[in-house]
Design a protein around this ligand. Structure first.
Ligand code: NAP
Ligand code: ZN
Length: 352
């Protein structure tokens, strides 16, 4: 076992602070990774503060982080896909039951026995898994991704969650040329959604509550921006969308966005607010509209997304921070004050 420095929260109300955790010695199938950057996902904050208590209660201490890029330092005997020195990524999943039908269909995220990168029962060491706010991690090679070498690493880390979470539903629902696609909320997920929808050829419209993000939305690839608090602007676009991706992390009126969809339009929820949303049946009935959900993506599709990003030079827009600024970063995340993802430079943890 290896002792590793990490930042953990000891309760729902404690700040994150320096801690020491254990990582297993790599087994035959494992890859040991020195973590270089880790993105900060709003899910980290929901988990640290136990906001998903009713569905996935948090076990403390909690070490979040599932947007990991790093360098391989050691591999087990049976590992064939990676060698020391390789640049790799780890997202939200670190293990699953390969015999399950979902795993066989390459959607490991729906495996009943999936192990998530943090706050999941740890099959090797007992207790729960610890995520990427740490110096190193040991992961089964099946859950390790190859990272394109032409991209800037701090901006690659967020692809491992924010990237795949927006890429997957947009691919599934056909956010393509000729379609009018809305992205609700310009945060970590939202700004990646804009980049992908644009790269797929769709007509992209951002809904934001922050007028100050308008110029950025256009720069990121949106064709149009709607300030969602302006009823008149909203009304102009009513009934006109083929597809909408809703990334809002807090309570909001989803009916306002269902109203934006045209006949047979779909809105996918990827945002995971703490409390249930009230959905108007009539908003869905008139226009045969549908409401769907989506959870990250499988490993094969995550690799496809990374390769796509390599080919199209897509990374997240990041604000790189030292880990010592993590609690400040969380406060800013709650205020939607991040452009557009925090990425932690893990050299700062080594230095502590
Ligand atoms: P984020 O960076 O905080 O972005 C969320 C954005 O939503 C904000 O930037 C803001 O955009 C908008 N927003 C926030 N509060 C709002 C409110 N009260 N009313 C209206 N709009 C509001 O968060 P994120 O990391 O992108 O994550 C977004 C959500 O997705 C979280 O709930 C997270 O847990 C979830 N998530 C789900 C998956 C999945 O697999 N389904 C994966 C990762 C994350 P504007 O300023 O533009 O309005
Ligand atoms: Zn995430």
């Amino acid at each position: 076992m290896n002792k590793t420095k990490a930042y953990s929260a000891s309760s729902a109300t404690s700040p994150l602070a320096l801690d020491a955790i254990q990582r297993r010695d790599p087994t035959e199938r494992d890859v040991q990774i020195e973590i270089l950057y880790c993105g900060i996902c709003h899910s980290d904050l929901h988990t640290v503060r136990n906001e998903w208590n009713s569905v996935m209660p948090t076990t403390y201490p909690c070490v979040p982080g599932h947007e990991i890029v790093g360098r391989v330092t050691k591999v087990g005997h049976d590992v064939t896909g990676f060698k020391p020195g390789d640049l790799v990524g780890v997202g939200c999943l670190v293990d699953s039951d390969p015999s399950c039908p979902h795993c066989q269909a390459n959607v490991e995220q729906f495996c009943p026995d999936a192990t998530f990168t943090y706050n999941s029962p740890d099959k090797h060491l007992g207790g729960v898994t610890y995520g990427g706010y740490s110096e190193s991690i040991v992961v089964d090679e099946k859950f390790v991704l190859r990272v394109p070498t032409n991209l800037e690493l701090a901006g690659v880390a967020p692809l491992l969650c924010a990237g795949i979470t927006t890429y997957s539903p947009m691919r599934r629902w056909g956010a393509i040329k000729g379609k009018k696609v809305g992205v609700v909320g310009l945060g970590g997920l939202g700004h990646m959604g804009v980049k992908f929808a644009r790269a797929f050829g769709a007509h992209v419209v951002v809904f934001t509550t922050s007028p100050g993000k308008k110029e950025d939305a256009l720069r990121l690839g949106a064709h149009e921006v709607i300030i969602s608090t302006n009823a008149e602007e909203m009304q102009k676009h009513a009934g006109s969308f083929d597809y909408i991706l809703d990334t809002i992390a807090a309570d909001h009126d989803i009916n306002a966005y269902i109203h934006m969809l045209g006949l047979d339009g779909n809105i996918t929820l990827v945002g995971a607010p703490e409390k249930p949303l009230a959905v108007s049946a009539f908003a869905l009935l008139f226009g045969r509209k549908s409401l769907s959900g989506s959870l990250i993506g499988g490993i094969e599709e995550t690799q496809e997304m990374l390769d796509f990003c390599g080919e199209h030079h897509i990374t997240a827009d990041v604000e790189v921070i030292p880990i010592q600024k993590i609690n400040e970063a969380y406060e800013r995340l709650v205020k939607s004050d991040v452009k557009y993802r925090f990425s932690i430079d893990m050299a700062s943890l080594k230095a502590e």
